[in-house]
Each structure stands twice: as structure tokens, then as C-alpha cells.
Design a protein around this ligand. Structure first.
Ligand SMILES: C[S@@+](CC[C@H](N)C(=O)[O-])C[C@H]1O[C@@H](n2cnc3c(N)ncnc32)[C@H](O)[C@@H]1O
Length: 283
């Protein structure tokens, strides 16, 4: 049996409890600060009425549902994810959604998209590249299926920017930086996105720096920090008692209304070069 990668999003279907990841994505999706982050990013791209848009790494479809509202009745939205389990969960949620007819789902990996070249007006990936071994390959593949002049957009959090209140700063640093370094190839992935788009040959690259902010310990933030504590024990950074004491320190701050957690999200958008004159197809 091959050992699982420590980052569960590399292979959700191989996890003993894939439902936990579906629930966590939906929980994050409805967190107010996350709703604002997503909407600002989609406006920044921008996604317009009538657009054909593809999201790579769509998970349970949080972003797809926002996209469906933005592209309007003449637009269409496609979502792919390599997890069969999450695509099934997305389809189950969509069954009760009023805009379901605008959205198509497929199981596929970002490095090998099952679409012809130049098919979409825009392609995007939201908190995907952080979890991928070869992010440049995925961005190039997104560019391939985007039409000349169309947009390729990526957004990632950057775990080098997490700021959280805690009485024990050294322990907080050990847990937050230590876990991120062991889970991800590039924990600072967010700030590297503009460079990645340029390396993939995209033009007119723009950057939106945004912040996730929580002062009340939202359910999503709480489970994020609990998973960090759990992983710190798994990676041998702290023992269970220390991890629990660290979480208790955070809860105490919430009771004093002194809790703050912020984390930067970077959104980068680039354009695919227009087709040379004479090779342009009428649209
Ligand atoms: C953190 S989730 C983000 C889901 C969604 N974009 C959202 O914001 O709610 C990352 C998703 O990427 C998927 N994923 C990871 N590696 C992938 C790859 N190489 N190709 C396609 N999907 C991938 C995972 O299965 C997971 O659904």
C-alpha cells in the first residue's frame, strides 16, 4: 500500500472520511468573510453575463453556484474536480439549486482537462494550486482551453500570512508554520500566483490582494485551527496536551472578545494572447 500524501486534498477519495471535506468546503463557502472574498475575486476577473466559464478543482461547487448567477441565462459554467466523491457531492447539492441547468460537472484532473482548445471565455481555480504538485502544468492546461483574449484566473490563500492572536507566540509559530511546511509543497503559494501566470505565457497579469478576517471564531476558522492542532500532533511538533492547551488559549481570547485571525488571499488574472490577425474566428 502506498502512503497517502499528508495533504488530504491531494486525494480526497482515498481519505477514510471524504464527507468531512465536503462539509468543510460548504462551511467555508458560507462563512461571511469568504463570501465577500469570492465575490470580490469574481468581480475583479471579471466574469460577465453570457460567458462560458470553467472552474478547475471545483470541490462541492461553492464557486460554481456563484458563477452560474454571474453568467446569466445565456452563459454556461463547467466544473471539474479529480475527486469522484466531491463531484458526486456537488451534483447532489445542485439537484436542489435553481440555476442547476447552467452548470455541468465532470471528474478530471487539472493537468489533463477533457476539453478542446479555446473552448472557454474564462477559466479559474480557487484554492486549488496550493494542493497541486505541478501548478504550472495546471495553469498551462487552463490557458489551452481558454480562447485567445480570454481570462485565466487563480486565487489561493497564503499560509505565510496567517496572523492569529495567542498568548504563546512561539508555540503558535511552531504549530502554524510547522504544519503548513509539512502539508504543502509551497505554503507561500498565494504570493507566487502572478509569477506563475506569467510563466504560463499569460499577458496583462493583475493582482488582487485580499484578506480573510475573523474576530468571532467562525465554525470554519475553528475547524481550520483544530485541524492545525491535530496535524501538529501527527507531525510530532507538539504532544496532545500542548495542542489542546493551545486551542484552549484561543477559546479564552474569544471569550474576552480579543480573538483575531487574518490571512491573505491572492487573486491573479491574466489574458491569453489574442490570435494573430487572419486566424481570428468570428464569435
Ligand atoms: C480546497 S478545495 C477547493 C474547492 C473549491 N474550489 C472551493 O473553493 O470551494 C481543492 C479542490 O481541488 C481538488 N483537486 C486537488 N488536486 C486536483 C487536481 N490535480 N485536479 C483537479 N482537482 C484537484 C480537490 O479534490 C478539491 O476539491
Amino acid at each position: 500500500m502506498t502512503a497517502l500524501h499528508p495533504d488530504p486534498y491531494r486525494d480526497v477519495d482515498a481519505q477514510p472520511d471524504p464527507i468531512r471535506f465536503a462539509e468543510s468546503l460548504e462551511e467555508r463557502g458560507r462563512t461571511p468573510s469568504q463570501v465577500r472574498l469570492r465575490q470580490r475575486f469574481l468581480r475583479f476577473m471579471p466574469v460577465r453575463p453570457g460567458h462560458a466559464v470553467l472552474e478547475v478543482g471545483c470541490g462541492t461547487g461553492v464557486v460554481l453556484r456563484d458563477l452560474a448567477a454571474r453568467v446569466g441565462p445565456r452563459g454556461r459554467v463547467a466544473g471539474v474536480d479529480q475527486s469522484r466523491w466531491l463531484v458526486r457531492a456537488a451534483a447532489g447539492i445542485l439537484r436542489r439549486h435553481p440555476l442547476r441547468r447552467r452548470i455541468a460537472l465532470r471528474v478530471a484532473a487539472g493537468g489533463r482537462l477533457p476539453f478542446a482548445a479555446d473552448r472557454f471565455d474564462a477559466t479559474l481555480a480557487v484554492t486549488l494550486l496550493l494542493h497541486v504538485a505541478q501548478p504550472l502544468e495546471v495553469v498551462k492546461e487552463m490557458a489551452r482551453v481558454t480562447r485567445p483574449g480570454g481570462l485565466v484566473a487563480v486565487q489561493d490563500q497564503d499560509f505565510g500570512t496567517v496572523a492569529v492572536t495567542h498568548p504563546d507566540r512561539a508555540l503558535t509559530e511552531r504549530i502554524m508554520a510547522g504544519v503548513a511546511a509539512r502539508l504543502y509543497e509551497e505554503p507561500w503559494s498565494g504570493r507566487r500566483l502572478p509569477g506563475l501566470l506569467r510563466a504560463a505565457g499569460l499577458e496583462r497579469v493583475r493582482l488582487l490582494t485580499d484578506v480573510y478576517q475573523d474576530t468571532t471564531l467562525e465554525p470554519y476558522t475553528k475547524s481550520f485551527l483544530e485541524r492545525r492542532a491535530e496535524n501538529a500532533v501527527r507531525f510530532g511538533l507538539v504532544d496532545e496536551r500542548t495542542a489542546q492547551g493551545w486551542l484552549d488559549g484561543l477559546t479564552a481570547l474569544v471569550a474576552q472578545e480579543a480573538f483575531v485571525l487574518t490571512m491573505n488571499y491572492y487573486g491573479a488574472v491574466g489574458a491569453k494572447a489574442p490570435a494573430p490577425r487572419g486566424r481570428r474566428r468570428p464569435r
